[in-house]
Design a binder for this molecule. Structure first.
Ligand code: NIG
Ligand code: FE
Length: 390
């Protein structure tokens, strides 16, 4: 198999604390990486790199692992420009806005939905994202949810069943009947097409008891839980996530001390989605408080047409550093290794032998520039599974 070395990397983020400077980022200066097929086979100092078939000189630029975006909602049609405009004129964000996208998504063809996913995926890839999770949740009928998952599955392995995004407008007078549908025939149709099950646990969506019933039913069908928790208000979502050993509790914007302690002690990752707070003019989640309590924190885009229409993890990193108390090192870790932890994956989010060869070459001498130079397109090359894709 052909081998390729990327050499003279000014600063390499490996996310292996046993390498380099001994910090969680495992930074190596003047480094090289060797790729063979879809894997990384060697990482170390450039002067010690083995001979390879091809060599690419990074010429003093930085390399980081490909971003792992562990939370997005890309199977949708239409947009919500007017709702965003109204919000920026003082209207609050409400879960009910989701209904607008449900109407547009049901009316779209499979081809339109798939083309939309491909478009946002390509956008994310240009910004360094090499793995992404995505959800259903804008169909809310048995057929529309199952087709959203089938379409998502053409683009990624990390597919999440979110029939419990809001109560379907068809069941406006019968929320209990909708929970029966989500945990019964809809789950039956969707489980074969998904790895994860998610629920929006929030006022105006599903309460703690409904969320528990939905996630427990999903688990019995082999899906693993993750939860939209504590986004718009305090609530039971985070505690439920930890109780059910969910891979991730997502949003975590309104947390009690007990919520923070639970995340600090459990294995559920706290996934923070600063694009949502930015686009809804909401209070920032307090990443510092979670990190100081020992929680594993992931950063993700939540890319969706309502609350966070960004596909850019560099943008989220800049927000997390500026407004959520994270250091640049922590934010880069959270958008790479943190995302991998939220997907319970050990083959991505790091640049060490055996890992998938997902690399981002930055037009900058250090990963810190992602926060230091906000809004600047610093991604200059991307490899996914060993293949140069940007
Ligand atoms: O994660 N909070 C629930 N779901 C999305 C928003 C979906 C929408 O507004 O369309 C979120 O923010
Ligand atoms: Fe979301």
């Amino acid at each position: 198999m052909t081998t390729t070395a990327v050499t003279h990397i000014a600063s390499l983020v490996t996310n292996d604390p046993s390498l380099g400077n001994g910090t969680p980022l495992g930074l190596i200066q003047d480094a090289a990486v060797v790729i063979e097929g879809d894997r990384i086979v060697w990482t170390g100092e450039s002067s010690k790199a083995p001979a390879t078939d091809n060599v690419l000189d990074a010429a003093g630029r930085a390399v980081i692992p490909g971003f792992v975006d562990s939370h997005s909602h890309l199977v949708f049609a239409g947009d919500r420009t007017e709702e965003f405009n109204a919000r920026m004129s003082g209207q609050p964000y409400r879960a009910g806005g989701i209904r607008t996208t449900v109407g547009a998504t049901r009316a779209a063809t499979d081809e339109e939905l798939s083309a939309n996913v491909a478009r946002y995926l390509a956008e994310a890839l240009r910004q360094g994202t090499t793995t992404f999770e995505t959800k259903s949740g804008y169909g809310l009928t048995v057929e529309d949810e199952a087709r959203a998952l089938r379409i998502a599955g053409r683009h990624t392995d990390e597919v999440t069943y979110l029939g419990a995004h809001i109560v379907s407008p068809d069941y406006a007078d019968d929320p209990a009947g909708y929970v029966d549908l989500v945990t019964g025939p809809m789950l039956e149709a969707c489980a074969p097409h998904a790895r994860w099950i998610d629920v929006f646990c929030e006022q105006g969506a599903f309460d703690g008891d409904q969320a528990r019933a939905i996630l427990t039913a999903g688990r019995a069908k082999g899906l693993h839980p993750r939860i939209h928790a504590n986004q718009l208000s305090y609530g039971p979502g985070v505690q439920l996530a930890v109780e059910l050993d969910a891979a991730s509790a997502d949003h975590c914007t309104h947390l009690t001390d007990a919520d923070v302690d639970a995340l600090g002690q459990g294995s559920t990752v706290a996934t923070l989605l600063p694009g949502a707070e930015f686009s809804t003019r909401a209070t920032w989640p307090d990443a510092r408080r979670l990190l100081d309590a020992g929680a594993t924190v992931a950063l993700s885009t939540d890319c969706n047409p309502g609350s966070s229409f960004t596909s850019s993890l560099p943008f989220c990193i800049a927000l997390a550093v500026r407004d959520m108390g994270m250091t640049p090192d922590e934010a880069i870790w959270s958008a790479t290794a943190g995302g991998a932890a939220a997907l319970r994956r050990s083959d991505i989010g790091r640049i060490t032998p055996g890992a998938r060869a997902d690399l981002v070459l930055l037009d900058a001498p250090s990963h810190v520039h992602l926060a230091y130079r906000p809004g600047v397109p610093l991604v200059s090359a991307v490899w996914r599974s060993g293949e140069r894709v940007v």
